[in-house]
Every structure is written in structure tokens, then in C-alpha cells.
Design a protein around this ligand. Structure first.
Ligand SMILES: Nc1c(NC[C@H](O)[C@H](O)[C@H](O)CO)[nH]c(=O)[nH]c1=O
Ligand SMILES: CC(=O)[C@@H](O)COP(=O)(O)O
Length: 164
């Protein structure tokens, strides 16, 4: 199902555990910050709506999406967290750099999910143009940050239940 056929902001609290017992990390890229701030707002609001305690949401900024990898790894190594969300917005420019950044971030975040015990949620827009990013960070298609927050909560719960 393409994003165009679903609203990224929709969730049913009856199917989601409470976030009150979990600590979340959010690493935010400063590239395209109008977009990434919108994604962060969606993620933070959703976590608080699901009973997360404000002091249990740790936010760090990094320069660009490629640095999300190091930022998430460092956060996992130094903070006691139940899940991490990485937030970025990569928009196609004139060159192939888009391809390398997107692939590098995707592989790096995948590696963290394999190599660490903390789930890392991929909230990185990889869009053809800015309008697509606007549409997915609180626009007509909803907010991918909201979607990422719900995914982080569900994965934190799975991690907790699988540890018992
Ligand atoms: N063009 C975009 C970038 N590029 C910067 C890289 O992410 C990285 O910070 C740089 O290569 C130094 O290592 N980053 C984005 O997040 N979004 C873009 O559209
Ligand atoms: C994703 C990028 O790095 C890209 O936006 C940079 O733009 P350009 O390819 O025109 O240098």
C-alpha cells in the first residue's frame, strides 16, 4: 500500500500499549529542518498521547541524515533507552548524492537493529521533491513522525515482553 492510500497519522490507542514505562531516544537531522521539526513534533505528540513521560523522551540533533547512524549508536551506548527513532529528510538534488545518502542511512540503521539490543525506528523521508516531504510531515498524507512513534512504542513493548 503506498502512503497515498493511508494516513500516516492514524492509530488506534486500543491496540497500543501505554508508553508510561518506556524511555525513548529521538535523533533529529538538521538538514531540511522545517520538515524534520514537523516529523519530531508528530512523534513527540504521539508518544505523549500514549502516556509517555516528558522526561523519558531524549532528543539529540545531528547535522544530516548520514549522521543519524552515529547519533543513534552513541545514544544507545550512553542512555538507557527502550527504543530510538531517527528522523531525517533526504530530498533528491542534481546529483547521485541522494542515492548514496539514502542507501547509507538505510543500511546503517539496519545494522544498528541487528547489532544492538535497542530497536531503531527509521523515520527518514526519501523524497523526490519538497512537496512530497511536506505532505508526509503533517500534510495531506499525515505525519510519518506519528507513525514512527507508534512503531517505537510497539517495538519497545515487544522488546520488554520478549525479555521476560
Ligand atoms: N542532501 C541532504 C543531506 N546531505 C548531508 C548528509 O546527510 C551528511 O550530513 C553529509 O554528507 C556529511 O556527512 N542530508 C539530509 O539529511 N538531507 C538531504 O537532503
Ligand atoms: C541528498 C543530497 O545530498 C542532495 O540533496 C544534495 O544536492 P545535490 O545532489 O544537488 O548536490
Amino acid at each position: 500500500m503506498a502512503t497515498a492510500n493511508k494516513n500516516l497519522s492514524e492509530y488506534d490507542k486500543n491496540t497500543i500499549p501505554s508508553a508510561k514505562d518506556f524511555r525513548f531516544g529521538i535523533v533529529v537531522s538538521e538538514w531540511n529542518d522545517k520538515i524534520t521539526e514537523g516529523l519530531f513534533s508528530g512523534a513527540e505528540k504521539a508518544l505523549l498521547d500514549c502516556e509517555a513521560i516528558p522526561n523519558n523522551i531524549v532528543r539529540w540533533n545531528v547535522p544530516g541524515s548520514f549522521e543519524l547512524i552515529y547519533g543513534a549508536k552513541r545514544m544507545i551506548d550512553t542512555q538507557k533507552l527502550d527504543a530510538v527513532i531517527v528522523i531525517g529528510c533526504v530530498i533528491q538534488g542534481e546529483t547521485k548524492h541522494f542515492d548514496f545518502v539514502c542507501e547509507g542511512v538505510t543500511q546503517g540503521i539496519k545494522d544498528l537493529n541487528v547489532q544492538t539490543d535497542v530497536p531503531v525506528i527509521f523515520c527518514v523521508l526519501t523524497d523526490n521533491n519538497e512537496q512530497q516531504s511536506i505532505d508526509r510531515s503533517g500534510g495531506i498524507h499525515g505525519n510519518k513522525g506519528t507513525e514512527a512513534a507508534i512503531a517505537a512504542l510497539k517495538m519497545a513493548y515487544l522488546r520488554q515482553q520478549s525479555s521476560l
